[in-house]
Design a binder for this molecule. Structure first.
Ligand code: HEC
Ligand code: HEC
Ligand code: HEC
Ligand code: HEC
Ligand code: HEC
Length: 192
């Protein structure tokens, strides 16, 4: 009886250790090149999302803004933060692009069109990206050391249970919404 208790306690501890420890071993962190406050721009400077994330004339999505979008307002510091000083001195003045790491980045063999989802299907950014457009500071980028994929593809929850619908964007997550909305896409619609 006692040895059974010891054994089960041991198994429980190993399970717990793996549960807590595995994500730490499986994911590596990388800091963003610069901190960025969406809140400062969307709330304080009252900019629209489209001020930085618009569609190009050919209909494709511009994605993360280039330095050109920042230079107009930040040729000289408008505030007093060290972070903005870094923006001006390390990027705007020497005209050096900021190498933002994209949390939602999909594997290279996958393709995704914002035009279809945002313009045609009229989905809100929040449905897939959560509250990123309201954040004040950037969390570190995390990637899976085995696959190299961004952590946001799997989502934060290791079990994938009890997670909000925008957390994680695996193939199943694309499919779940397509099923719900009656959208049709074949393998080659999403893969290249
Ligand atoms: C002043 C320009 C600016 C405005 C306005 C702006 N953004 Fe951004 N956005 C950025 C920059 C710079 C990045 C790259 C850094 C980052 O990840 O936040 C970014 C990244 C993003 C990402 C990509 C996250 C990822 O890596 O997967 C999302 C989603 C996003 N913005 C949503 C929004 C939404 C929603 C709004 C409007 C409420 C908005 N943004 C307004 C500049 C802007
Ligand atoms: C329309 C003008 C405008 C544009 C375009 C703009 N900003 Fe700003 N930015 C502001 C204003 C105004 C503030 C000051 C907000 C405040 O009062 O703190 C600011 C503040 C900042 C700060 C300092 C905030 C902090 O908390 O550290 C950084 C960094 C920054 N912007 C980066 C960027 C980047 C990167 C881009 C381009 C993707 C960009 N900005 C585009 C107007 C702009
Ligand atoms: C149906 C889900 C969905 C919606 C809605 C959506 N996105 Fe995305 N977004 C994605 C996916 C998936 C990616 C990754 C694409 C890739 O890596 O090919 C992404 C990538 C991005 C990126 C990084 C782009 C790049 O070129 O690396 C930005 C910025 C972004 N989204 C902003 C937005 C904004 C702003 C909105 C609202 C106007 C929005 N998204 C709406 C799913 C969505
Ligand atoms: C609605 C979009 C969509 C469709 C349709 C789709 N896929 Fe995918 N698939 C994805 C996305 C997104 C990923 C990357 C995320 C992931 O690994 O789940 C992926 C990943 C994969 C992977 C790699 C799994 C991995 O973990 O790296 C394979 C293999 C694959 N898809 C095969 C297929 C085949 C075969 C079909 C047709 C029967 C198909 N897919 C249809 C979106 C789609
Ligand atoms: C929140 C819901 C939602 C999510 C998540 C979503 N989609 Fe979709 N998708 C739609 C809807 C709705 C349509 C149909 C748009 C229309 O034709 O009006 C669509 C259409 C498509 C199409 C078909 C385009 C065509 O040829 O008409 C492709 C390809 C596609 N999505 C890829 C993806 C991929 C890849 C992902 C995951 C990375 C994804 N979608 C995630 C809602 C979603």
């Amino acid at each position: 009886m006692r040895s059974a208790i010891f054994f089960l306690t041991g198994v429980a501890m190993m399970l717990l250790g793996g549960w807590v420890g595995l994500p730490k071993v499986l994911y590596k962190q990388q800091a963003q090149p610069l901190d960025f406050s969406h809140k400062a721009h969307v709330v304080k400077a009252e900019m629209d999302c489209t001020g930085c994330h618009d569609f190009r004339e050919d209909g494709s999505f511009a994605g993360v803004p280039k330095l050109d979008n920042c230079a107009g307002c930040h040729a000289e510091p408008v505030g007093t933060t060290a972070n903005e000083k870094k923006l001006v001195e390390a990027h705007v003045t020497p005209e050096k692009e900021i190498g933002w790491l994209v949390y939602s980045k999909q594997p290279i063999n996958t393709r995704f069109s914002h035009a279809i989802h945002v313009k045609k299907a009229e989905l809100k950014c929040e449905r897939c990206h959560g509250e990123h457009g309201k954040t004040e500071t950037l969390r570190p980028y995390e990637y899976n050391v085995v696959s190299g994929y961004s952590r946001d593809i799997w989502g934060r929850s290791v079990s994938r249970l009890r997670r909000a619908s925008h957390e994680g964007m695996k193939m199943d997550d694309c499919m779940d919404c397509h099923k719900e909305k009656g959208a049709v896409a074949g393998c080659l619609g999403c893969h290249r």
